[in-house]
Design a protein around this ligand. Sequence first.
Ligand SMILES: *Cc1c(COP(=O)(O)O)cnc(C)c1O
Length: 458
Amino acid sequence: MTDLRNSDGSAWHVLADVADRSQRYLDGIGERRVAPSREALAGLAAFDVPLQDRPMSAEQVVEELDRIGSPATMALAGPRFFGFVNSSALPAALAANWLSTAWEQHGGFFVSSPGSTTLEQIALRWTIELLGLPRASTGGFVTGTTVADMTCLAAARYSVLARVGWNADADGLFGAPPITVVVSAETHSTFFKALGFVGLGRNRVVKVPVDSQGRMRADALPAISGPTIVCLQAGNVNTGAFDPFTEVIQHVRASGAPAWVHVDGAFGLWARVAPARAHLTSGVELADSWATDAHKWLNTPYDCGMAIVRDGDALRRSMALNAEYIPSDRANHTDYTPEGSRRPRGVDAWAALRGLGRAGLADLVERTCRLANRFAEAFRAAGFPVLNDVVLNQVLVSFGDAERTRQVIAAIQEDGTCWCGMTVWQGTTAMRVSVISWATTEADVDRSIAAILRIARG
Ligand SMILES: *Cc1c(COP(=O)(O)O)cnc(C)c1O
């Protein structure tokens, strides 16, 4: 076996090297093209070699990774990527991610990772408090909202069936009383994946129509009876709009049915921390479970999602692991999420929250919403219609017919000053601008607006 240590006995010199390279990458990211160049993408072919026989030093591995890989990245970590809803990691969160990776904690059990388990519990509690959710709620860190939705749906499935005398976790869904699943016509695509995964079916849903902003129409809700799961949304991925939580949840509770209300709040739930936006989410705290992403508005590195459940017992019953050799402990993360071994990603969330504080987080949310509005005002002033009410951080703009809008978006992506994606909103092809990175400044927005308008007018 080749010795992986250096001559002085340490194997870790490479960490200083990678810190330097990472810092150079991030320091330069505001001035490079947002999308990688064609040459950089073509350069990826250099990775495609047969695996060699002999070991290579860690320094050489990192040198190759940086030389070929870094130029071929999309500048998600920079200030002018406005595609999808992708934030960039805060310095404290990225640094904590590195340190906790060095700790190599298993993350699943308190007994083998006491420090990181404690930090995850604190980050979860702070988040529950910040988001104004019921204090007794529990939950866990998962990869993202897709898996957080799955986790909450598993608890919901257990709870609504337990209330009619069926143990879904012991006995499965075959032969169980049927569960009615209510979603909206604007439920996020990932949610259907989650429904399919937990056995509720992607298509076996009642879809409630929405209004012009994509909000569920409370007046169009079906009568609720029997075991029912109602799925709402905080932050429509196109418009940023919120479902009318209070009306829907009152309707559900008034039915007296064994029902559960779940909220997909991947990014929108964080509006609760900004005093001027919080009203958009009013009533969301009345739900039974919430899925959200720290890797969206909290600006942690990927991946970091959170599942939060009012009835911790229902969550535990659907997730708990029973093994003789693992000490049972209320703090075992593996009893609250689908995973066994996992990285303790909640440490990144802890660091982001610790670094920002309440005011810093409120400012991050409010500032990005204002910057979205700055985009919208510039588009309107230039005569390009904005298709949504810009209540949050999402802007939809059209540059003409579908063909013209697609051409303009492709040219913007090719130009490299910024990056925005395409969507179709209620039949109209649009460009979607999502402002969610801590690093974005007014100057970045103005520079992006100038590039977009130059292309759109050309
Ligand atoms: C991003 C997003 C998701 C999916 O989250 P992942 O972290 O990618 O799993 C679900 N719903 C909404 C509204 C989102 O914005």
